[in-house]
Write a protein that binds this ligand. Structure first.
Ligand SMILES: [Zn+2]
Length: 165
C-alpha cells in the first residue's frame, strides 16, 4: 500500500511496481488502484463504494490489505487473484508461487465451529461478518474442518458454505 489520493490521476503517480496499491478517498473510501500484480503494467480500479455499483470489501487489519471477493480482469491479461493480508494469491495460474499469510488457524477453526448450525449451510462471508474475521480465513477453516469430517460443505457456488453434519 503506497498511500492515499483524492483522485485516480493523483494516485496513479504513486504506483511503481506490480502489486503496488493506492487508496482513493474523497470523504469516504472510493476505490483501490492496483498496479496489476502480473506485471502487464495495467492499473486495476477496484471499487469499494457500494453507491457506485458492485463493491469489494477492504480489510486493513494489522496494516495489511485484504480484498473480498477475488479480483478478476475480464479483458486484457485476464488476471484472477485474491489479496489476503498483503499477499497476492493467484486463483488459476502461477499457483506454485502462492504464499499464504500466517494467522492463528487453530483458534479460528474453533470459533467457526461454534458459529455453525446443524444441517443449515452458512457462507464463509456471512460467518466472517459475524465473527469479524476475514472471509478467506473462514473458508480455509471450514475446509480444514470438513477434511476432518467435523463439518460438511456445499458444492458449486456454495463450495464455501458450511454446516454441522
Ligand atoms: Zn495484468
Amino acid at each position: 500500500m503506497r498511500g492515499e489520493a483524492e483522485y485516480r490521476d493523483d494516485g496513479e503517480g504513486l504506483l511503481e511496481k506490480p502489486g503496488d496499491a493506492v487508496l482513493v478517498r474523497r470523504g469516504t473510501l472510493r476505490s483501490v488502484l492496483l498496479r496489476c500484480p502480473d506485471g502487464c503494467g495495467e492499473t486495476l480500479v477496484v471499487n469499494l463504494d457500494p453507491r457506485a455499483g458492485k463493491a469489494w470489501k477492504l480489510d486493513m487489519r494489522t496494516g495489511k490489505a485484504t480484498l473480498y471477493p477475488s479480483v478478476w480482469r475480464d479483458g486484457g491479461c485476464g488476471s484472477h487473484f485474491i489479496v489476503w493480508r498483503g499477499h497476492v494469491l493467484w486463483c488459476d495460474r502461477f499457483e506454485e508461487g502462492n504464499v499464504e499469510p500466517s494467522y492463528d488457524a487453530a483458534a479460528l477453526e474453533r470459533r467457526v465451529l461454534e458459529a455453525l448450525r446443524r444441517r443449515e449451510l452458512r457462507s464463509a462471508e456471512q460467518i466472517a461478518v459475524e465473527l469479524d474475521e476475514i472471509p478467506w480465513e473462514v473458508a480455509r477453516a471450514g475446509h480444514a474442518l470438513a477434511r476432518r469430517r467435523l463439518v460438511v460443505c456445499g458444492s458449486g457456488r456454495q463450495r464455501d458454505w458450511f454446516a454441522l453434519p
